[in-house]
Design a protein around this ligand. Structure first.
Ligand SMILES: O=C(O)C1=C[C@@H](OP(=O)(O)O)[C@@H](O)[C@H](O)C1
Ligand SMILES: C=C(OP(=O)(O)O)C(=O)O
Length: 433
């Protein structure tokens, strides 16, 4: 599907979809448990992939009409799957499920789509091998397809922190049900650190203790996953909230109505930083944390400097905001953003370039030389990456002329209702094959 956006103003109320990161963890944590109910879960292509893995490990994920997931777990010991686990486009699924597979008494094969088969898994495979399991890339290049043989019993391991925090999350979640537990020493500074905070929060909610140490993180073995009251509720997703928030900052009408976002309750998500970033750029933003409501209206935006070490998923949104803002927006500490569904630093530079935006790229930074008056509608490539698609669609709101985003159906990875939500806010768009 391609989507053509006609420049539009936006107004109205949008509801944040549930958090993808919390949902992945809650589904897998429920799998490690005997049973659990997960409310307000995100049901998207990525989270369905994690649910599929739990099923293959011997659990049972059942979705009720209201979206609640009733999950029968595999109780700490995954079965050897009867089929290859297809993690599709989801890095989180592949990393978290690879470590779970290392607990099974036998061999698991994991694969994914072309994008996922190009992403780095080497440090996690080495960690599993150091802990006594066997974990290999079939092509010997640290990328999927992966073959993992367990069971491992735990121990101490060192791992780089600057490739993906998901390795740490994966080892902590699996480590809790090993005999010995896992102690993780970080070889470098940790990037995307708030995602490990999310993990610690979910583990705690499931009655599992894990902690930060002087050298990294540690989890005791022999623990059981059991959510208080048998029930876990997923909060709203701030990476997803960044899109209606940016839409409001860029294109809310002059009548002052603005965009209201509901379901924006505080949690451990680093991407809540988008609220402060949009405000710093000059938009009029109010966040009632208790009510979980954000109101945003547009104002002339100015370029800012933003460090995305903790918040890699915000880079595409910030790049679009920077294209509309006046002056330079410098996004720093961004090298790990190159290891996502696509190299998002280059993808945003290339695709915004097609819309007349000038950018300067280094290995770990992207500077957008913003000037709304030069933003032109164009046909751009969504790069099969949900965040690139959504960010380019937002640029289309403020461009001169129509913008067509090719391959736009990939929004189903994290935000299946994205284009419907834009339409509800008043955006004129057309879908075509
Ligand atoms: O653990 C998670 O839920 C995620 C961690 C981050 O990845 P990295 O830790 O690989 O940067 C983030 O980009 C991804 O969208 C979700
Ligand atoms: C990078 C992302 O997810 P994952 O790593 O799970 O593919 C994302 O959602 O932007």
């Amino acid at each position: 599907m391609n989507v053509t956006i006609t420049p539009s103003s936006v107004a109205g109320t949008a509801r944040a979809p549930p958090s993808k990161s919390y949902t992945h963890r809650a589904i897998l944590a429920a799998g490690y448990a005997d049973e659990a109910t997960v409310r307000d879960a995100l049901w998207s292509a990525d989270t369905k992939a994690t649910a599929g893995a739990v099923d293959l490990f011997g659990g049972d994920v059942d979705r009720a009409d209201d979206g609640t997931l009733e999950i029968g777990g595999f109780d700490g010991r995954p079965n050897v799957p009867a089929d290859v686990i297809d993690c599709e486009n989801s890095g989180t699924t592949m990393r978290l499920v690879t470590a779970a597979a290392a607990l099974a008494d036998g061999t698991t094969v994991l694969t994914g789509d072309e994008s996922l088969r190009s992403r780095p898994q080497g440090p996690l495979l080495e960690a599993i091998a150091d802990l006594g399991g066997e974990a290999n890339s079939t092509r010997g290049n640290g990328q999927a397809p992966l073959v993992v043989t367990g069971p491992l019993s735990g121990g101490e391991v060192s791992i780089p922190g600057d490739v993906s925090s998901q390795y740490i999350t994966a080892l902590l979640m699996a480590g809790a049900v090993t005999d010995e537990g896992i102690e993780i020493d970080l070889e470098t500074e940790l990037k995307s650190a708030p995602y490990v905070d999310i993990t610690l929060e979910v583990l705690e909610a499931f009655g599992v203790e894990a902690r930060q140490t002087d050298d990294g993180f540690a989890v005791e073995g022999g623990q059981s996953y059991r959510p208080a009251g048998g029930d876990y509720a997923v909060p709203g997703d701030f990476s997803s909230i960044s899109y209606p928030l940016a839409a409001g900052a860029i294109a809310a009408g002059d009548d002052g109505e603005g965009v209201r976002i509901e379901g924006a309750n505080p949690s451990a998500q680093g991407d809540t930083a988008i609220v402060e970033i949009v405000e710093r750029m000059g938009a009029d933003v109010e966040w009632d944390r208790e009510a979980g409501v954000i109101d945003v209206s547009s104002a002339p935006l100015s370029g800012v400097e933003v460090d995305v070490e903790d918040t890699p998923d915000l880079l595409p949104t910030i790049a679009t905001l920077g294209a509309v803002a006046d002056g330079d927006t410098r996004i720093t500490n961004a090298e790990h953003v190159r290891y996502k569904e696509t190299d998002r630093v280059s993808a945003m530079a290339d695709e915004l370039g097609k819309m007349g935006v000038e950018t300067t790229e280094t290995q770990d930074s992207l500077t957008i030389h913003g000037d709304e008056s030069t933003l032109e509608g164009a046909t751009v490539d969504g790069c099969d990456d949900h965040r690139i698609i959504m960010s380019l669609a937002l640029a289309g709101l403020a461009a001169d002329g129509e913008t067509t985003v090719e391959g736009a159906d990939h929004v189903d990875v994290s935000f299946p209702g994205f284009f419907g939500l834009l339409e509800d806010l008043g955006v004129a768009l057309e879908r075509s094959d």
